[in-house]
Design a protein around this ligand. Structure first.
Ligand code: DAH
Length: 340
């Protein structure tokens, strides 16, 4: 019955489309929808169906009647509807086209820049064990440094060794995971993933992205870190922007730095928008021997550097963007997104 009805609908619509004049349309209306029309005749079988099926088929009847009746009334009632001419040279209508989200574009650009110098793009879990997010990063349970990452915990049983499950507050959880995956250096990875923290204001969203670089090999030193950062800054922001390292503290790097980039407006001279000409990009440093040990890498033979920066934050520092509130990126406001 169902199939019969659907076939009937297709047949009726095809005939309506090719009807050439109003008389023919009226004839089709009577044939399908009239008192003694095909549909009413078929409906006589309805009472013989099982109750459950009857409701379904009854509804289908109504839908088909509406579809046919709408098709008839929306067909222009002109005599002899034949196409007279068609001008092939008239410009076509351009269908509206979307584009990738600015953050997705930034992620693609960042991966491309690092892939050019031999980094491998990886992606590690965004819901991970405390072990990878803190413990192996030289932050044992109860360490006060953990408070800097305002972490969401999953309400799940604790693992005796790996601990609780967290929404990763940074991409540094990929460091020891990558050491375990490869087994031994050389390591050159860029881990780009979502991160979560209990923070929301003009420069923070609860969900954001970070990109984490990690290089481990023999004889890796700070000059390699600075060279890599300079290369990235010039590629991503342009040749007129500079970077600098400022001493800082992280548990998982020694020494540790904060990386700054020159302000896109004053290029380092100092202006109303920046702190003395510099904008803070994110953290970096030389991998702490305890982290290498946690990844079963010989810390006497190998050294490494790492850095981890927010994708959205870094993107907002591009020249000329002037995005006043990071939350705009996730407001799903088409008027904002259309500008990119
Ligand atoms: N994970 C740090 C954060 O979220 C950033 C960071 C600092 C990453 C130093 C690193 C690093 O790899 O070496 O604030």
């Amino acid at each position: 019955m169902r199939e019969k009805l659907l076939n009937l609908k297709n047949q009726a619509l095809a005939q309506i489309i090719s009807a050439e004049n109003p008389d023919e349309l009226e004839r089709l209306r009577a044939h399908y929808l009239g008192k003694k029309g095909v549909l009413n005749e078929l409906a006589k079988d309805l009472p013989h169906l099982e109750p459950a099926l009857r409701a379904e088929i009854g509804q289908l009847f109504n839908e088909i009647k509406t579809a046919i009746s709408q098709a008839i009334s929306s067909t222009p009632k002109v005599q002899n509807r034949t196409l007279v001419s068609f001008d092939l040279t008239v410009p076509g209508m351009k269908p509206p086209q979307g584009h990738l989200h600015p953050v997705t574009k930034a992620i693609e650009e960042i991966s491309g820049i690092f892939e050019k110098i031999g980094f491998i793009r990886v992606r590690y879990p965004e819901v991970d064990w405390d072990w990878y997010a803190f413990e192996t990063l030289n932050m044992p349970k109860g360490h006060p440094a953990r408070d800097d990452w305002e972490t969401f915990f999953i309400d799940a049983p604790e693992h005796p060794k790996l601990g609780k499950i967290v929404l990763t507050p940074h991409t540094s959880n990929g460091q020891v995971r990558e050491m375990e995956r490869l087994g031994r250096p050389p390591i050159r990875m860029v881990n780009i993933a979502k991160c979560y923290r209990r923070q929301s204001d003009v420069s923070h969203t609860v969900m954001f992205h970070q990109f984490e670089g990690l290089v481990v090999d023999e004889n890796i030193n700070i000059t390699h870190l600075k060279g890599t950062i300079d290369y990235f800054v010039k590629q991503f922001f342009g040749p007129d922007r500079k970077s600098r390292l400022r001493p800082y503290h992280f548990q998982f790097t020694e020494p540790s730095f904060e990386v700054d980039v020159t302000c896109d407006v004053c290029l380092g001279k100092g202006c109303k928008l920046c702190k003395e000409g510099w904008l803070e990009l994110g953290g970096a440093g030389m991998v702490h021997p305890n982290v290498l040990k946690a990844g079963k890498i010989d810390s006497d033979k190998y050294t490494g550097f790492a850095f981890g920066w927010g994708v959205e934050r870094t993107y907002m520092m591009k020249s000329g963007l002037k995005i006043p509130d990071l939350r705009l990126l996730y407001s799903n406001d088409i008027r904002f997104l259309n500008q990119f």
